[in-house]
Design a protein around this ligand. Sequence first.
Ligand SMILES: NC(=O)c1ccc[n+]([C@@H]2O[C@H](COP(=O)([O-])OP(=O)(O)OC[C@H]3O[C@@H](n4cnc5c(N)ncnc54)[C@H](O)[C@@H]3O)[C@@H](O)[C@H]2O)c1
Length: 266
Amino acid sequence: MTAIDLDGAVAVVTGGAGGIGEQLAARLGGEGARVAVVDLHEGPAQQVASRIPGAIGLACDVGDASSVASMVASVEAQLGPIDVYCSNAGVATGPGLGDDASWEAAWRVHAMAHVYAARAVLPGMAERGRGAMVVTASAAGLLMMMQSAPYTVTKHASVAIAEWLAVNYGDSGISLHCLCPQGVRTPMVTGGDGASQAELNASGQIIEPSVVADEVLAALRDGRFLVLPHPQVHDYEQAKVADRDRWLAGMRRLLSRVGGSRGSGT
Ligand SMILES: NC(=O)c1ccc[n+]([C@@H]2O[C@H](COP(=O)([O-])OP(=O)(O)OC[C@H]3O[C@@H](n4cnc5c(N)ncnc54)[C@H](O)[C@@H]3O)[C@@H](O)[C@H]2O)c1
């Protein structure tokens, strides 16, 4: 995998109207990229874009294949072929085992959105022999978000898709990156319920989205797949694969400390 030159590159950031996406868009713009800020609604996307020189703001539902295809066509018509695609939009789901609507929303945005994006942009990148795709998963995709089964399972799907793409496209001049943070101070976390906040507080430090964006930019420069803004996630994952029964017992102890979620499922 080769590092991509961001100066003059065309970059898309989904979920760009706030939180991690907004910071990613700003950092990419700061490196000289021409950025398309994409979110569910045009107004907030355009507001963020208006603060980044040369950026545009577009509406798109990333969980809908035709919406992604027409957004990509519109970006390419306005800015040119896409070099960097940050598939970053996400939804807070839960609680507990989750109802069907939570599973449906989480599956569309945390799994299919990455597939629709890959279909729309990776063949062109492969043809040009140049490109990068960042999949925002979560530490929950390597470990667990105890308060939400739909979030945990669909973020595991995000990691698996990113790995699959890295194997299938990594020799075509495209670098694949998978972002797996724990708590980040964004509307998703500050607007969450008390139990989710207690879990995040217990698992580690809640960091600023600008720090996460810096880590993504460093990984783009290095051509590094896994982006862990909380370095301890590496150790937690090692402990999980080394002894799953021990890890599960530890997670049960943590769950009882922060307040159980099982009863809140449907
Ligand atoms: N904040 C955290 O602690 C944390 C931790 C790990 C992973 N993440 C992941 O980081 C990513 C960014 O989240 P954030 O924390 O910045 O939260 P956020 O709520 O600030 O941003 C998420 C953005 O995604 C957009 N979005 C949701 N569904 C969409 C759809 N169908 N189409 C287009 N846009 C859509 C929202 O409008 C919002 O602007 C998400 O994938 C999230 O799961 C966040």
